[in-house]
Design a protein around this ligand. Structure first.
Ligand code: HEC
Ligand code: HEC
Length: 292
């Protein structure tokens, strides 16, 4: 009797392990396929998102559906996406500060939205690989906008005749979960940090960077920061030790770094594999980072 029970228990255990293994392999494959898809998209846009060892210029703008992007810009401040919390996207993502308020919400630092359209990893842990998934999470999750399920929010927009008409023009269909999220993703494609001093330098403008910043730029290359902070966003494509490699483009527009712990870029450098730095080199590094 006892032996039979043991055999049953073992069989059940083996079966559970097998199911778990199949699910794990499936999830892993699905994740890899998504990353590959995003990389292919970046390559199509002429933006090498990975494996570059030199600076890649920031495009002035990414291709986007203009009518949809205008809807997305309005949804960004629309309280119907944030009924419970009354916090619209713009309450936390301050576009004049690189798209972040520099504050913690539910234990997470608001991620910058400026240049986010160039990334292939999203959230602090890099667990999402597509911006539309991050937008959907923000709309639904009560820690963030928390407006309800995507279906509920889209239905609220569809009930507004003027809004429904705008969606029909941009998408040939009324508001629904997927085009609503897409409209915000289209808007994000217009949020690039072009025109910062480093971009003007790359565009060939004499004197856009000072002597100190140029030293910092060379250090950034020679200390191999590009190994992780790669592509046009200078990051946003990799995960290292469970953390998304931050995109450094637009860093000069922000005031708080890492998990909200630092407001001093010199201190942030101590956490990066910069090697030994003399005081003047550290200052040059910081000056360069501010020009981004
Ligand atoms: C209460 C503040 C708050 C509100 C409101 C909010 N966000 Fe966020 N957002 C955050 C925080 C915090 C994170 C980082 C979450 C994490 O690391 O897991 C984030 C991350 C994101 C990201 C991922 C960015 C990246 O590069 O990883 C996107 C995209 C985003 N938010 C878009 C939106 C949109 C669109 C809205 C409105 C529907 C919105 N957010 C509303 C605080 C907020
Ligand atoms: C091995 C990969 C790796 C290398 C190499 C690397 N970084 Fe980072 N960097 C990261 C990760 C991961 C984060 C995000 C850490 C976190 O969120 O806790 C980060 C964050 C940063 C930040 C903060 C950005 C923000 O938004 O708060 C700065 C600044 C930075 N790195 C600069 C540098 C510099 C300068 C170098 C070269 C000396 C460098 N990094 C080299 C992985 C790397």
């Amino acid at each position: 009797m006892k032996g039979r029970m043991l055999r049953y228990a073992l069989t059940a255990l083996v079966a559970a392990l097998a199911v778990w293994g199949v699910v794990a392999v499936h999830n892993w494959n699905a994740r890899r396929a998504k990353v590959a898809e995003r990389r292919a998209e970046l390559v199509r846009l002429g933006l090498p998102g990975d494996g570059t060892s030199d600076f890649v210029p920031l495009p002035a703008i990414l291709p986007h559906n203009a009518a949809a992007a205008r809807i997305g810009a309005d949804l960004f401040t629309d309280k119907r996406l944030a009924r419970a919390s009354r916090r619209t996207c713009a309450s936390c993502h301050w576009l004049n500060m690189g798209g972040t308020d520099g504050k913690m919400h539910a234990g997470r630092l608001t991620r910058p939205l400026v240049n986010a359209a160039l990334a292939t990893r999203f959230l602090g842990d890099g667990s999402l690989t597509n911006i539309v998934d991050a937008v959907a999470l923000m709309i639904e999750n009560g820690d963030f906008a928390g407006g309800g399920t995507l279906g509920e929010v889209a239905a609220r927009l569809a009930a507004d005749e003027a809004m429904a008409a705008r969606f029909k023009l941009a998408y040939s269909e009324p508001p629904c979960a997927s085009n609503m999220v897409d409209a915000i993703a289209q808007f994000s494609r217009t949020l690039l940090s072009a025109g910062r001093p480093f971009d003007r330098h790359q565009g060939g403008e004499p004197g856009a960077l000072g002597a100190q910043e140029l030293v910092g730029m060379e250090l950034f290359k020679s200390r191999r920061c590009l190994k992780c902070h790669d592509g046009p966003g200078l990051g946003g494509t990799k995960v290292h030790e469970g953390r998304k490699v931050s995109a450094l483009r637009g860093l000069g527009m922000r005031k708080v770094y890492l998990s909200g712990k630092y407001s001093d870029l010199g201190a942030v450098l101590m956490n990066m594999p910069a090697g030994e730095l003399e005081e003047a080199e550290r200052a040059a590094f910081v000056a360069f980072l501010r020009s981004l």
